[in-house]
Design a protein around this ligand. Sequence first.
Ligand code: AMP
Length: 220
Amino acid sequence: MRLVLLGPPGAGKGTQSKNLAKRVALVHISTGDILRQNVANQTKLGMEAKDYMNKGELVPDGLVSQMLLDRIKHPDAKNGYILDGYPRNVSQAETLDKELPGKEKINLVVYLETSEAVIIQRLSGRRVCSKCGALFHMQNMPPKKENTCDACGEALYQRPDDKEATIKNRIQVYNKEAQELIGYYSKQNKLHRINADLDAGVVLNKIVQLVEEYNDPAKV
Ligand code: AMP
């Protein structure tokens, strides 16, 4: 099963992907996480991507697509994966369709529909563990000890692109490309919409149900 989670920044793609990966035994692949790792390690790719990311702009397709195609070739992705943050536009979706062999095409696309007020509330309160990447929220999911990761005890930080001015730009950048991308997957009959303003647990159950229906249509 190869699944794409679409949705604006703050739709909960990261949280849902992490939880879904545990429920349905798929690998979670986030282009944003891989890029941030490259920035932290000061790789050539990281240096090239950093300015775009800090401004909330898209990193050029060529850089991101190559990085993604390399990642999905890893043996751990052989039995399927959840893509979070890729594709971001039709050109990336076409690259994926072109590069994936016939029996390894994307099976399911879930669009997490989210209102702007919810996006801003979620992103401005989001905090990330500097070591293990665990996600927290100052109001919705605070850590047990202030500013400290529950899982590994390291300090939490706010992503530079989660500051309010950048959030607005990221929403605009997302909206510019999103409708075309949604149309692209609708035409392929792969798109399913879920209201992602709802509680995270409710959203997760709906995604799991879609995956189960896909795997075994007779069961539902
Ligand atoms: P995310 O963690 O998905 O919100 O991504 C953080 C940032 O990484 C984005 O604002 C972009 O600058 C960059 N990025 C992540 N995925 C992509 C992609 N598929 N195409 C271009 N840029 C991306």
